[in-house]
Design a protein around this ligand. Sequence first.
Ligand code: URA
Ligand code: SF4
Length: 232
Amino acid sequence: MNSAASYVPETHKLSELAKAARQCKGCPLYADATQTVFGSGRSSARMMLIGEQPGDREDLAGAPFVGPAGRVLDKALAAAEIDRAELYLTNAVKHFKFTTNERGKRRIHKTPSRTEVEACRPWVLAELDTVAPEVVVLLGATAAKCLLGNDFRLTRHRGEILHATGLLDEEPALVATIHPSAVLRGPSESRQGAFDGLVADLRTAYATTRTVSSAGSAGSGRFMPASRPVRR
Ligand code: URA
Ligand code: SF4
């Protein structure tokens, strides 16, 4: 069975996880990609974002969300008044899956299969366990299904504050939303609406991390402890 599990070291250091992930051969996707694209960002982030998989640009750069989808995400974060530097960003799958066009020049994104998402999930779980965010934004159906199961329907539950994946000891809140690249794909007349929806869902998620003491007000009314108990 494909799985990254045997490659994941028992550590709560992101740098060690990222280093080990470079060697992962937990599924066939490592073979054609340039490199593993591990998550990046603040190790103590209260909010973590999970995308699908690195794209062409991310595969070459070795960092998540640095291409066109990343630019949409950056604009949406700015519109929601969220500082990207405060976050931890990663992907459900850590290697770029693609086909090449007939002339073999352009690499075209291919959606990872369910087995590849499941194979790569141990990395996501290790990142969640290490960063221990209060809330996780699942960008698109692949990320949502990675943590909420294959029956999860994004269209029905996007923007809701969800709990309990059954996969972790300490469950963060989860908010599933559209993938930033969906904003680019849609017909031009629907792009603004799609973008606004993404911004609204990011705001919903971020509001769950606001605390009474640091924000000076109850914010959305959802109270979360001001400081997370030290777990290790
Ligand atoms: N799309 C994703 O899901 N993740 C990236 O890092 C880039 C594009
Ligand atoms: Fe390992 Fe994930 Fe890459 Fe597959 S996609 S080889 S499981 S890191």
